[in-house]
Design a protein around this ligand. Structure first.
Ligand code: NAP
Length: 507
């Protein structure tokens, strides 16, 4: 069950949100009484309740907003019990001074905003002994392993326990805790108004991660990166998994570089089935692979891992996705839609002769490699010339200074820099006076899809390949590796477009 925390300053806003949630199928809400401005009208909030509630009133030290005296806070909590709150949240240091009364169930809670302590089990045992109906422990995750310890605590507990890790690193416990036996997890009313670090909105919890359908049989996939919060891979993969009716969930795993080895070594403890890999881990993951595909060997980086019985297998789907996207633009220019899983593309090369790749990071390297493999004469131009020279040596292509990019002959331009990406949407890496109608313009930026470069190239009449094409194709190839079946192209594409447009909407 998803419990939605409501933290609003005015009673009428609390009541309105509560009503809205109940009407949308939410069966438990947490009223954060510490957010109310002025005197708290506990009786009014309980009288107008639309589904069961947890009454919580947090001090600043526990991450709350209560600014009056501790005596006044405990009076609010006692009043909530007398008024018949369904659950009362009592922190461990006050739990014994507020006795059980009526039908109100007691949640005995403990928070640690700095760490996940070594003595989690001892803390749990202490809370459980305080006449608890439910134990709640929320601790900061500083290491992915903290999630594993927390989930094991919930699994092994005999008393119902909500054990959550906070922060980006701890986010996976919020989604997986129900499958470990927790009675509920917490989510916020709106994802932009989080009440604790790492919280997500209830719609994300319900619709994106499908919290209520996750069980011990659900396979776990995810993207490993640092940072990871803005990755759109969960949006695309979860939509495709749901559409295919596959019992699996795809999560964001923030893993700092120095913690990657332990995270992967303990993959079986989650247990992980597959990972997308992105900055800064694409090269570092390789030492964990017992086998890798030829592209990984050639490019020296992987963006996909599959956890197989024999060990970890590494793949690179970026170069293939870039080439497939170009092929589609060249051979299916009049066709409708993307058609990720289609067959029948000509086996011969791309038919392109020359290309300039702008940028010299991971994306540029994969695209340059893919194009080179197709017999294209590739030149890399980047701001830091040393980086393009390195790619040129690895891939066997040419490198030029950034300012020389227009002087190299090319019939295809690939933007593999972040220029044009939201919020810098009025920038382009390639001035429009240099665009020619015969060119193919491939912008790997996918947020927004219609970058300034794409718009200007379209106006000139160039053929366009967008970052959305490439992103969806690389995700679709990952899906095929993991699931052995094709993902729905339009489901992935629609999910990505919805996510990028809602991320830009002002509300
Ligand atoms: P990266 O490794 O950080 O490389 C970024 C490259 O862009 C570097 O060469 C960097 O130059 C250059 N650059 C950054 N800002 C610049 C500027 N203002 N002017 C000129 N050059 C600039 O990143 P990456 O992983 O390769 O990703 C690059 C972009 O590709 C991303 O932003 C994303 O939009 C896109 N991408 C798309 C997909 C897809 O599936 N559609 C997949 C991966 C990436 P310096 O070395 O001088 O910093």
């Amino acid at each position: 069950m998803i419990c939605v925390s409501i933290g609003r300053g005015r009673h009428r806003h609390v009541i309105a949100e509560h009503k809205y949630l109940a009407e949308h199928g939410i069966r438990l809400v947490e009223l954060r009484l510490d957010y109310i401005e002025g005197p708290v009208q506990v009786a009014r909030l309980l009288r107008e309740r639309h589904c069961p509630i947890i009454a919580t009133c947090r001090r600043a030290v526990d991450g709350g907003r209560w600014s009056q005296s501790e005596e006044a806070r405990q009076l609010v909590l006692r009043t909530a019990i007398v008024e018949g709150a369904d659950y009362i949240d009592l922190e461990d240091d006050i739990a014994q001074s507020i006795p059980r009364y009526g039908r109100t169930k007691r949640i005995i809670s403990h928070h640690d905003f700095h760490k996940t302590p070594a003595d989690l089990e001892a803390i749990h045992a202490r809370l459980a002994a305080m006449d608890a109906d439910i134990v709640k422990i929320a601790t900061m995750a500083n290491h992915p392993t903290d999630n594993l310890r927390m989930m094991e605590l919930v699994r092994s507990s005999r008393i119902p326990t909500v054990g959550l890790c906070m922060g980006d690193i701890g986010m996976p416990t919020r989604v997986l805790v129900g499958s470990c036996g927790a009675p509920f997890t917490f989510a916020t009313f709106h994802e932009d108004r989080v009440l604790a670090p790492g919280q997500i909105g209830w719609r994300q919890m319900r619709d994106l991660y499908r919290y209520d359908s996750i069980s011990t049989a659900t396979r776990i996939y995810g993207v490993v990166a640092d940072p990871v919060a803005h990755s759109l891979s969960p949006v695309v993969h979860n939509a495709a998994l749901e559409a295919a009716g596959i019992d699996a969930v795809y999560l964001p795993f923030r893993v700092p570089a120095e913690q990657l080895d332990e995270f992967l070594e303990r993959g079986a403890n989650w247990p992980l089935s597959g990972l997308s890999v992105t900055i800064p881990h694409k090269e570092a993951v390789l030492k964990h692979a017992v086998r890798q595909d030829d592209l990984v060997t050639s490019i020296g980086a992987a963006n996909t891992l599959a956890f197989e019985p024999s060990g970890v297998a590494a793949f690179n789907t970026d170069a293939t996705a870039a080439v497939e996207s170009l092929k589609h633009a060249l051979y299916y220019r009049d066709a409708d839609g993307g058609g990720v899983g289609e067959t029948g593309e000509p086996d011969e090369g791309l038919g392109l002769k020359t290309a300039i790749v702008l940028g010299a990071g991971g994306a540029a390297r994969a695209v340059a490699f893919g194009l080179k493999q197709q017999g294209v004469d590739v030149t890399v131009a980047s701001r830091t010339f040393e980086r393009s020279k390195r790619i040129a040596t690895e891939v066997g292509c040419k490198a030029v200074e950034w300012n020389a990019r227009y002087r190299v002959s090319h019939d295809c331009v690939v933007n593999a820099t972040p220029i044009g990406m939201h919020p810098h949407v009025d920038e382009t890496p390639y001035e429009k006076e240099h665009l020619r109608r015969y060119m193919i313009v491939f912008d790997t930026v996918y947020n927004p899809e219609n970058t300034l470069l794409v718009k200007e190239a379209r106006a000139v009449g160039c053929q366009i390949v967008t970052g959305v094409d490439m992103f969806v194709r690389q995700a679709a190839i990952q899906f095929r590796i993991w699931q052995g079946v094709d993902a729905s192209d339009h489901v992935m594409r629609d999910a990505l477009k919805r996510a990028t447009s809602s991320a830009r909407s002002p509300d």
